[in-house]
Design a protein around this ligand. Structure first.
Ligand code: RET
Length: 239
């Protein structure tokens, strides 16, 4: 059953990538980078799903678990790109916020790498410790998102502020589901089978990447506000 879910993941990511690349041809002036970043996210995931569906993205560990490591290679590249999309939406001048963006992405990479090492560890105590470190980094990511980006986004035009709020809430809710699936799946307590776990990650991945991209790239008003450098009249900050 796992192969079927992985093939569905591959096709969904591929269709998303093709659609986003098609939208790029008609992107509002000055916003092409959103289309490139978002198509790259689904494109990388499509390759990871292809690798997993054809049987080369997983390893059977000494404790008998089949561990899909290829998804972490996908996540370590694509989750920073998703966060970058959110930063570029929320921040009026991303170049003046490089330290903030770098900190957010660094925490995210620590989260995914320690998650990878947790999953690959057969020692139960080691796995628990790495899971806790990964979760701590995740809380850091959520904290930076909530404490900083929401406030920044509210100073942008109403269309930008609105799509940022929608995407940020979608991101927070979906991303919280990942450690839960990990915990109930074969890396954690094994409450659900491997094929259920693969199915759940596939649904989450499609929503967090293709769903996210569809919402972002179809927000024509918000994108053209960004492309034209529009700012919310009364709320412009003088730095
Ligand atoms: C792991 C396990 C260890 C603890 C935590 C995790 C969080 C993973 C997240 C992944 C997000 C992935 C996305 C992928 C593609 O769209 C590594 C599962 C906290 C948040 C959004």
């Amino acid at each position: 059953m796992e192969a079927l879910w992985l093939w569905i993941g591959f096709v969904g990511m591929l269709l998303g990538t093709l659609y986003f690349a098609f939208l790029l041809t008609n992107a509002p002036e000055g916003t092409r980078y959103f289309f490139v970043i978002t198509a790259t996210i689904t494109g990388i995931a499509a390759i990871a799903y292809l690798v997993m569906a054809t049987g080369s993205g997983s390893t059977v560990l000494p404790d008998g678990r089949e561990f899909y490591w290829a998804r972490y290679i996908d996540w370590v590249i694509t989750t920073p790109l998703l966060l970058l999309d959110l930063c570029l939406l929320a921040l009026a001048d991303p170049r003046r916020n490089v330290t903030f963006i770098a900190s957010l992405i660094a925490l995210d990479v620590v989260m995914i790498l320690t998650g990878l090492w947790a999953g690959a560890t057969v020692n139960v105590a080691g796995r628990a410790i790495l899971f806790i470190i990964s979760t701590a980094a995740f809380i850091g990511v959520l904290y930076l998102l909530v404490s900083r980006l929401f406030a920044e986004a509210s100073r942008r035009t109403p269309a930008v502020a609105q799509i940022f709020r929608t995407l940020a809430v979608l991101t927070i809710v979906l991303w919280i589901c990942y450690p839960i699936v990990w915990l109930i799946g074969t890396e954690g307590f094994g409450a659900v089978s491997l094929s259920v776990e693969v199915f759940l990650f596939m649904v989450l991945d499609l929503l967090a990447k293709v769903g996210f991209g569809l919402l972002l790239l179809s927000s024509r008003q918000a994108l053209s506000d960004i492309g034209s450098g529009a700012v919310a009249g009364t709320a412009r900050r003088v730095a």
